[in-house]
Design a binder for this molecule. Structure first.
Ligand SMILES: [Zn+2]
Length: 456
């Protein structure tokens, strides 16, 4: 945190003793009135803030308070939407072999309900990282995306990362290495393993909505991407164009579909006439919200993607499962550029708000959580009203100089609202989240689809 000028206490502490007593009493009556919702969750949305530890949420609330023109009397008056959810629990994020984990294993815990090894995705802990030969058919896990599809629900994946990146890949993928995003990443791999981009487009043709970044591993080598007028580094070396294959598949099945690459095209998608939507808005990751080109030819916001996705998904009377990831909170923290990370928390919160506006709390379970924390913290004794950042390139000091700031191992928070959200209270193992989401929407988890596999 930047050290700010101290403001005289008399100018900032507007709440009197009586105010604080009144506010606490109001909060208490609200808690006493709260009811539990035991409906069946027709729809489930998992909002994942990558690297969104609790200190990150606190910083986002402070930052929002400072962005708001009228000074808030209490810092809490700038609370994020998901902070207002009725139920909150803690999630223990360690994985099968690390106390401090990464996005691949944690997203698998959240989506498949099983803790696994660091750096692997959608496979159990018999699989050794980077070892293709250890990856057997029996080691594969299924995810709530699979369980939802099997029950005839629509499904969606949205991420500001490459679609082949660790967290979104945990919805659909199975791999001994999260690094195997495209076939060019696997030239030294022996054995019968498939890159994540190919898994998404070849093995998951029934995902209703897919939006994010990462065109580079979807296009063939030397292909000139019309969106950038250049060939990307790291393209596919098998010569396949997975975007064209996606379109061809939908054509052959006579499904209405749109492939889009910018904000204007997203706005023009008619949800009522769209069966399948593929949006890939960047060659690699999408931009930080603070750097995003908001014009027609720029990228859509996470909230805009979320809103359009739900409009398409909710046409299905059986309901839907939607995964929404704000991936770059994590990247801002790795670069010790707190303002970029924290700004992305606010756009994540806007997406949560869009999700709430497009659905009904009676039949939609919304879960908001982080996959792991970061070592980012709010240290020292900054005065109330202290401006917590300088410019967006501001790098906060680090106690230990490393190339890349690291994840933190402490618990993260789970915020929930809607059917069965009261099951998120207390301290839980991270993989509990998948089980509650499935229970709330009465999904058979189908782990038994693989011989010998039982509920753990
Ligand atoms: Zn990370």
């Amino acid at each position: 945190m930047k050290r700010g000028k101290l403001t005289p206490i008399s100018q900032i502490l507007k709440g009197s003793r009586d105010d604080w007593i009144k506010w606490a009493q109001e909060d208490l009556s609200k808690s006493l009135r709260s009811e539990i919702n035991i409906n069946k969750a027709k729809n489930v949305i998992l909002f994942l803030g990558d690297g969104m530890g609790i200190s990150t949420i606190t910083a986002a609330r402070l930052y929002r308070s400072q962005l708001q023109k009228e000074k808030n009397i209490r810092e809490g008056d700038a609370a994020l939407e998901f902070e207002k959810f009725p139920f909150v629990g803690l999630s223990k994020t360690y994985n099968a072999n690390r106390q401090t984990s990464g996005s691949a294993s944690t997203a698998t815990a959240l989506l498949s309900g099983v803790k696994i090894n660091q750096g692997t995705i959608g496979v159990d802990n018999t699989v050794v990282r980077h070892d293709c030969s250890s990856q057997t058919k029996e080691s594969q896990l299924t995810s709530i995306l699979d369980w939802s599809m099997t029950e005839g629900k629509s499904t969606g994946i949205i991420s500001t990362a490459r679609l082949s990146h660790a967290s979104p890949a945990a919805t659909y993928g199975h791999t001994a290495s999260r690094a195997w995003e495209g076939d060019a990443d696997m030239t030294n791999v022996t054995g019968n393993c498939k890159d994540l981009s190919l898994q998404l487009f070849e093995d998951n043709k029934n995902i209703t909505v897919i939006m994010g970044g990462g065109r580079r591993t979807l296009l063939p080598k030397d292909f000139i991407d019309p969106q950038t007028n250049s060939a990307h580094s790291k393209q596919r070396i098998d010569g396949r164009n997975l975007i064209e294959e996606w379109k061809k598949d939908k054509q052959e099945r006579s499904k209405s579909h749109s492939y889009i690459t910018n904000k204007k095209q997203l706005m023009e998608v008619d949800a009522s006439k769209t069966d399948y939507l593929l949006g890939v808005f960047s060659a690699s990751h999408m931009d930080y919200e603070i750097d995003r080109d908001d014009s027609d030819i720029g990228q859509p916001s996470l909230a805009e993607m979320t809103q359009k996705a739900i409009q398409i998904l909710k046409k299905n009377d059986n309901g839907f499962f939607l995964f929404v990831e704000a991936a770059r909170i994590d990247h801002g923290h790795h670069a010790t550029k707190a303002k970029k990370a924290i700004h992305d928390v606010l756009s994540f919160d806007d997406a949560v708000k869009a999700g709430m506006d497009e659905t009904d709390a009676d039949d939609t379970l919304i879960v908001v959580t982080g996959d792991h924390s970061h070592v980012f913290n709010i240290a020292g004794y900054p005065a109330i009203g202290n401006d917590i950042f300088e410019d967006k390139e501001y790098q906060q000091p680090a106690a230990v100089p490393v190339v890349d700031e690291t994840h933190g191992g402490e618990d993260v928070a789970i915020f929930a609202t809607g059917p069965m959200s009261h099951l998120f209270r207390g301290v839980h193992e991270q993989n509990y989240v998948a089980h509650v989401m499935a229970y709330a929407s009465c999904l058979p988890q189908r782990h038994q689809a693989y011989p010998g596999r039982q509920e753990e």
